[in-house]
Write a protein that binds this ligand. Structure first.
Ligand code: ZN
Length: 381
């Protein structure tokens, strides 16, 4: 019997607004706070949660970045002529299988998806999540949660992100049976439900009802093995309903500028990250982007969001769309989704959330603060 078991449950996209709209588990988790999301997507938030570092420090903002000198895909891009017609190779299922093959070929252990990134463009880009962020030494020089808990000699369990949520709940219960007293449980399926059903109260409610049962079971299991259970749920961002789409690729392609010679760009779902290879390209693109509802992030915003890098690895100019709009098509997808995240962190739908059955310090305000909270709790075990 342990004195305390610490459970940290990550629920992707369980934003502050949804928690309140659905009055999610108010009784079991009375301590709750609105959390400033990590600018970017889950691919930025996860490494931040696992290390306490900002994207500027850990280098993950958007899965791809324009970096012709560092592209691991040069050989593949030379075979671009093989991947015809494009309509076939852009199909979701085909892309999924191709991603799997490439992941194995390149020995990537992290999350790898090509999304809709054109094959010809691959030789210009590098991919940030080459290794498994959850495992020992998964973040290079930066200590991650696994490294730190291991160094502290904590008997911990960290989910395997490859598994389904059901499997991860089951694995967590087993870990408790095996004597673990610190758990980081990862679940991602709520994000998928919201991308498709953000406006559908009933569908969201029934998913939340299912999650509630899983949480209660895990809680019960922990209570059998400890005098006190500290149960904390946190998320990385919310979900913003679709309000419209913009076709940026068409406009920029028509500009006459040559990709790879004049400029580089990564089109994420909600932002375009431009790399200027000469002054004229900067002028033309900045002028052209005035047509779109959004803005280039100021240096002050980049610093505030933890994404400012002097080497401009994330782009010389980051153009963020107004909340609700999506770039369609983008390097990430062919079609719009009913909901998307990765907008301004100040948008009401963007905020993440933390819920707990135990009080936590005032200092927990940002997604990057979860890490210190976890370590503080681990130290007290
Ligand atoms: Zn998502």
């Amino acid at each position: 019997m342990h004195k305390t078991i610490e459970i940290f449950l990550f629920i992707d996209a369980l934003g502050w607004k949804i928690i309140n709209d659905h009055q999610f588990m108010v009784d079991l988790f009375p301590y709750r706070r609105k959390i400033f999301m990590q600018f970017g997507y889950s691919s930025s938030a996860i490494p931040t949660i696992l290390s306490g570092k900002t994207p500027a420090e850990h280098g993950h903002l958007g899965l791809f970045r324009f970096a012709p000198d560092h592209s691991p895909f040069k050989k593949l891009s030379r075979l671009a002529w093989l991947f015809k017609p494009e309509s076939f190779w852009n199909r979701g299922r085909v892309r999924h299988h191709l991603s799997k093959i490439l992941k194995r070929l390149y020995g990537f252990t992290g999350y790898f998806q090509l999304y809709r990134m054109p094959i010809w463009k691959l030789k210009f880009v590098d991919y940030c999540e080459k290794s498994d962020l959850f495992l020992a030494n998964g973040m290079g020089n930066i200590a991650n949660l696994h490294d730190t808990l291991y160094a502290k000699d904590i008997d911990f369990h960290i989910s395997d992100w490859h598994l389904s949520d059901d499997e991860n709940y089951t694995a967590a219960e087993k870990a408790i049976d095996h004597g673990k007293n610190f758990l980081f449980v990862y679940t991602a399926s709520f994000d998928g439900v919201l991308h498709d059903n953000v406006g559908d109260f009933t569908t969201i409610q029934s998913k939340l009802d299912k999650i509630k049962i899983q949480i209660e079971n895990l809680y019960k299991k922990a209570a059998e093995h400890a005098e006190t259970v500290h149960f904390t749920i946190f998320s990385d961002h919310g979900m913003t309903p679709l309000t419209g789409t913009v076709d940026m690729i068409k406009k920029i392609t028509e500009s006459g500028l040559v990709f790879g010679q004049d400029y580089g760009v990564c089109y994420d779902s909600t932002m375009a990250r431009f790399y200027y290879l000469n002054n004229n390209a900067k002028k033309v693109i900045e002028e052209m982007m005035k047509l779109f509802p959004g803005h280039f992030l100021s240096k002050e915003e980049e610093i505030r969001y933890g994404i400012y890098r002097q080497d401009r690895a994330f782009g010389d100019g980051i153009f963020l769309l107004d909340a609700g709009l999506q770039i369609v098509p983008s390097d990430m997808g062919e079609k719009p989704l009913n909901g998307m995240h990765g907008f301004s962190p100040e948008d009401e739908h963007s905020f993440a959330a933390i819920l707990s059955n135990t009080d936590f310090p005032e200092s927990v305000k940002h997604v990057s603060d979860y890490y210190d909270l976890m370590l503080e709790r681990a130290d007290n075990l």
